[in-house]
Design a protein around this ligand. Structure first.
Ligand code: FAD
Length: 243
């Protein structure tokens, strides 16, 4: 049972991503069949990339849905994944607390608690108590002949939101851009913001034509739409920007 660090690994992304977006978009306006021009060696990849950049800039987003990224994520809290799975245009496969016994669960400590030694001590003490109660409850249910996943699914009720979890996430480029707009914003909770920034770093490296300008909403708007109370100050508020 210990504190763990976030780890984000790209499992896979669509192959020939630029050409895929390019032909999908071109199909809308061309008499030619996308099946004939896809990966045509005479098509300049640089030009396709420029075209993809221009459709991202113009907000013509549906061709981006053909390209997807799959990430494996570990070392994050259940508090984070509860927020992550609210994104509906995505696919998730998460480690189950029913099928996987939390016999020695790891946990995430928020930085504010970590840097206050008294708070950290209190937090770690509680994690130990929860682990002990979890083990004791499994033992007690065992005496009633309730074991395995049947016991796990009830005893997990005592586990904290801090408990570490692992999840595989797949999103297409359009949803990723949307996810980054919301979750890279300073308004987003620190842990999911950290995750979004790691995913954005990977996407930028793998597919800069789509993601080099991506990030919180303000990065494309060049003003903050969040209002006075939540504005971090990086960009002016909309009203001030318009004056
Ligand atoms: C800073 C912050 C604070 C938050 N606080 C809370 C909170 O206090 N309580 C809470 O419950 N949630 C909260 N959320 C979660 C938020 O309300 C959304 O559920 C979450 O961000 C998912 O985003 P989404 O719905 O825009 O997009 P996704 O589910 O990722 O979908 C992408 C887009 O697809 C479209 N779409 C998807 N499904 C539908 C549909 N059924 N009908 C029409 N269009 C659809 C929409 O255009 C949507 O924007 C918060 C989010 C953030 C970023």
């Amino acid at each position: 049972m210990s504190k763990v660090m976030m780890n984000v690994k790209l499992l896979e992304m669509s192959q020939n991503a630029i050409s895929l977006i390019y032909v999908a978009c071109r199909q809308c306006y061309s008499e030619k069949f996308a099946g004939d021009v896809f990966l045509d060696a005479t098509l300049d990849l640089k030009k396709q990339e420029e075209f993809v950049k221009s459709i991202v800039a113009s907000g013509h987003m549906s061709p981006l849905e053909h390209v997807k990224f799959s990430f494996a994520i570990q070392g994050v809290s259940r508090a984070l994944t509860h927020q992550l799975v609210r994104h509906r245009i995505a696919s998730f496969s998460q480690q189950s607390q029913r099928y996987v016994k939390e016999k020695d669960f790891d946990f995430i400590i928020p930085p504010s608690i970590e840097k206050n030694s008294q708070a950290k001590n209190e937090f770690e003490k509680l994690m130990t108590t929860i682990q002990q109660s979890y083990t004791k409850l499994l033992e007690l249910l065992g005496q009633d002949n309730i074991s395995g996943e049947t016991a796990n699914q009830d005893v997990r009720f005592v586990l904290p939101q801090a408990a570490e979890t692992k999840i595989v996430v797949t999103m297409n480029c359009r949803e990723l851009l949307h996810f980054f707009q919301h979750r890279c914003c300073s308004r987003a909770q620190w842990e999911i913001r950290q995750l979004a920034n790691k995913m954005l770093g990977i996407c930028c490296k793998e597919l800069p034509a789509v993601f080099s300008e991506a990030g919180a909403k303000c990065e494309t708007l060049k003003y903050c739409p969040e209002g006075d109370k939540f504005c971090c100050g990086k960009y002016p508020l909309k009203a001030k920007n318009e004056i």
